[in-house]
Write a protein that binds this ligand. Structure first.
Ligand SMILES: Cc1cc2nc3c(=O)[nH]c(=O)nc-3n(C[C@H](O)[C@H](O)[C@H](O)COP(=O)(O)OP(=O)(O)OC[C@H]3O[C@@H](n4cnc5c(N)ncnc54)[C@H](O)[C@@H]3O)c2cc1C
Length: 436
């Protein structure tokens, strides 16, 4: 039986649109479906690492993305439970240089829409918005298509491969039996947008109880502040999410001071709890990418990078597979490639998660890094997705970290180091709105 398409992509987030873009450029017949209509909102910290920009550049879409209002962030600040701020910049580490010396904070509304439009610009790519996938079509035990409901009612299509890029609650993963409940992950995220708050060229994380706040200025006037909190704690809000969010935010004195003249521009938006883990990412005729393959906790801010890069790597594997005869594509190499690409990062992310509640240890580590900007830069560079963890977190790093006699000039001031004079920080804060 001939198939309607080579590849059907379920979900047009960064994973799905990147995959569609790379395949479309090679002339592969692709159908992309998404239950939403774009531009659509996606709750997120809206910050992507320098590593993510490398995929956007190879996709040929970075300039289009940067044409929208955005902020370029040169590093990250992490504020400990006891209020000590450590700041690290993205720097070259050995042979590893950031593709650009910044990461990007941008509204997902613009970002995801730009990526989808780019994919749709290729003649071999068909996009259907407002189509919800309800299940998979199978033939002889192999996946060969999707079925669902859209603008024209119930429909089904066939393809040699179905790519589940449908996020944390992936229908494709569920239909494949590759997802399990995991109650350790019962986090809820509450997102608010603020105007009138000063924010520099750094992303920020403020640790606290019962959760942490992550800040990213997404254009010249707006700051995204999301509160990632234990699902149990949110229950005590009895549905009053705005006041729960505001109360905890203003309890953080460092943030409260900066918010004195700021206003929240709309109601607090909520997502979660996400309580799911995957036990695989392929089946004959199907593959999972991005969050559908494994949810990445926002604390290390790498979900967009992983989604984009998964789309890129899977596209390469699909192009190879299409050269072989046979109807069904089985991407047997994807699990190993995925582990090689992201395994260490994802494991580090889990480690960070498990260490976060150990307040004493976290305070001590951040205090030490605040006093050692050179080590802070290296640590933050790893989170920028262009330096492998082992290039930094080695014996030399640990010895240097533990050596009480090594202190740098900026450590004596006690606070975070200021950007060096003449650093192009202001020049990096552009974006369409910023240029007005
Ligand atoms: C609170 C929070 C903050 C975050 N902050 C950051 C951050 O600052 N930086 C970062 O890098 N990552 C962050 N992340 C993670 C990041 O948002 C995700 O990793 C990223 O969006 C994954 O992209 P994706 O393409 O895999 O899935 P998604 O972006 O979730 O896209 C999935 C798409 O599939 C569609 N879909 C779902 N089900 C169906 C269906 N049945 N039929 C058809 N279509 C369907 C959806 O409409 C959606 O468009 C954050 C996550 C959360 C929850």
């Amino acid at each position: 039986m001939t198939r309607d398409f080579d590849v059907i992509i379920v979900g047009a987030g960064p994973a799905g649109s990147a995959l569609a873009g790379f395949l479309g450029r090679a002339g592969v017949r692709v159908l992309v479906v998404d239950r939403a209509r774009f531009p659509r909102q996606k709750l997120c910290g809206e910050y992507m690492s320098p590593g993510a920009l490398a995929t956007l550049e190879r996709l040929g879409v970075l300039a289009q993305v940067e044409a929208h209002p955005h902020r370029k962030l040169v590093g990250h600040e992490i504020c400990s439970y006891e209020g000590v701020m450590m700041r690290g910049r993205y720097i070259p580490v050995g042979p590893h240089s950031p593709p650009r010396p910044y990461g990007l904070a941008i509204r997902r509304t613009f970002f995801d829409h730009t990526l989808l439009r780019h994919a749709a610009s290729f003649p071999s790519v068909t996009v259907i918005e407002g189509f919800r996938v309800d299940g998979l079509v199978r033939e002889g035990g192999e996946v060969c298509g999707i079925r669902g409901t859209g603008p024209d009612g119930e429909r089904s299509w066939t393809a040699r491969l179905v790519a589940g890029c449908d996020g944390t609650a992936s229908v494709v993963a569920r239909e494949l039996g590759l997802t399990r409940l995991d109650n350790r992950l019962r986090k809820v995220a509450l997102v608010g947008y603020w105007r009138g708050m000063e924010a520099g060229s750094f992303g920020e994380i403020h640790l606290g109880n019962p959760g942490y706040f992550a800040l990213a200025p997404v254009d010249s006037t707006t700051v995204n502040i999301n509160f990632v909190v234990d699902g149990e704690a949110v229950k005590s809000a009895h549905g009053e999410l705005d006041s729960f969010y505001d109360t905890h935010l203003l309890r953080n004195l460092r943030l409260a001071g900066r918010l004195r003249n700021a206003v929240r521009t709309g109601p607090v938006l909520a997502t979660g709890p996400i309580a799911r883990r995957n036990v695989g990412c392929i089946a004959p005729g199907a593959v999972l990418c991005g969050d559908a393959a494994e949810f990445v906790d926002p604390v290390t801010g790498e979900g967009i990078f992983i989604a984009l890069r998964s789309g890129e790597v899977v596209a390469g594997l699909v192009l190879e597979a299409l050269r072989s005869p046979g109807q069904t594509i089985h991407l047997r190499d994807w699990p190993a490639r995925r582990d090689a690409e992201f395994g260490e990062r994802l494991r580090s992310c889990w480690r960070v998660q498990s260490y976060l509640p150990r307040r004493w240890a976290v305070n001590a580590i951040l205090r030490r890094l605040a006093a050692r900007p050179d080590l802070a830069d290296r640590a933050i560079s790893v989170s920028g997705d262009y330096v492998p963890a082992e290039a930094v977190f080695n014996l030399k790093f640990v010895l240097s970290f533990l050596n009480p006699f090594v202190r740098t000039a900026s450590a004596s001031g006690g606070g975070p180091p200021e950007p060096p004079e003449g650093a192009p920080v202001e020049a990096l804060e552009c974006g369409a709105e910023g240029r007005r």
